[in-house]
Ligand binder design. Structure first.
Ligand SMILES: Nc1ncnc2c1ncn2[C@@H]1O[C@H](COP(=O)(O)OP(=O)(O)OP(=O)(O)O)[C@@H](O)[C@H]1O
Ligand SMILES: [Mg+2]
Length: 262
């Protein structure tokens, strides 16, 4: 079943004649699939993610989330949106609220009763391994812990689709490896559909079922590569020849675009 359908999406910021940022993007993502979006800075990854999440409108074309067309009625937009969770590079936690209070924020907005909020919030913090940090404020947490709170918050209302924009981009390599393992575990447990934007070829290959490569000026999809490692994947696959082959193949697609730009 298709979770996200992107159909001939184009995006221009500004009037006709302004530069085209996304040019005829077509992509089908299945329910429960983990797709990584890879591409050079400025090629339109965030813009595409924001269009999928209905934070930005496509200039033309159509996006359907779990069968709801984002360009149709606003009721259908709301329904589609409630099925989408966001995790950004900046965690966006409220500095004066504890981990638990941050995690349950979307539930509060959805008028979930207090006792239920607390129960879900504690379960989500447990899922990301942060039960002990329940009452801590964001500034008392490490960068990796903050991102885990942000993931728990995005999962709190049980969205079918999770959109992640370089969620681990600001972290050191070791913390990032740890969170990649953890994200995979959560994904295997919850089977959300995930679209994960990253600059890291390694991270993309480690996490994803499919790596979609974008090229800029104007943004379009130049490769769509299935990653065939069994799950759960351990860090040791990164040392395998198959892993190196995928890295080489993806790097060739990325370099090809760099050469074309010269
Ligand atoms: N609100 C906006 N108004 C005008 N132009 C924009 C806007 N948002 C993005 N752009 C332009 O669209 C292009 C794609 O930007 P986008 O942020 O989607 O790239 P990206 O692939 O996410 O880059 P990065 O990897 O650096 O995050 C860029 O040229 C950017 O300047
Ligand atoms: Mg971006």
């Amino acid at each position: 079943m298709t979770a996200i359908r992107i159909d001939h999406v184009c995006k221009r910021f500004g009037p006709p004649g302004a530069p085209v940022v996304l040019d005829d993007i077509n992509l089908d993502i299945s329910h429960g699939e983990f797709v990584a979006l890879l591409g050079a800075s400025g090629c339109g990854k965030t813009t595409l993610l924001r269009i999928i999440g209905n934070l930005e409108r496509a200039t033309s074309g159509r996006v359907t989330i779990m069968g709801h067309d984002l360009s149709e009625s606003s009721a259908s937009q709301r329904e589609a949106l409630s099925d989408v969770g966001f995790v950004f590079q900046e965690h966006n936690l409220l500095p004066w609220r504890s981990s638990l209070a941050n995690v349950v924020l979307p539930l509060q907005a959805r008028r979930v009763p207090r006792h239920e909020r607390r129960e879900i919030g504690e379960r989500m913090l447990d899922l990301v391994g942060l039960s002990a940090a329940r009452d801590k404020l964001p500034h008392q947490l490490s960068g990796g812990m903050r991102q885990r709170v942000a993931i728990a918050r995005a999962l709190s209302y049980d969205p079918a689709v999770l959109l992640m924009d370089e969620p681990f981009g600001a972290l050191d390599a070791q913390t990032r490896d740890g969170l990649n393992i953890e994200l995979q575990r959560i994904w295997l447990e919850k089977r959300k559909t995930i679209v994960f934007v990253t600059h890291s070829i390694q991270e993309a290959v480690f996490l994803a079922d499919r790596v979609v490569v974008m090229q800029g000026g104007p943004g379009r999809i130049v490769a769509d590569i299935t990653i065939d490692f069994p799950r759960p994947r351990g860090i040791e696959i990164m040392a395998s020849p198959e892993f190196a082959r995928y890295i080489g193949e993806l790097r060739a697609h990325l370099n090809h675009q760099a050469e074309a730009a010269e």
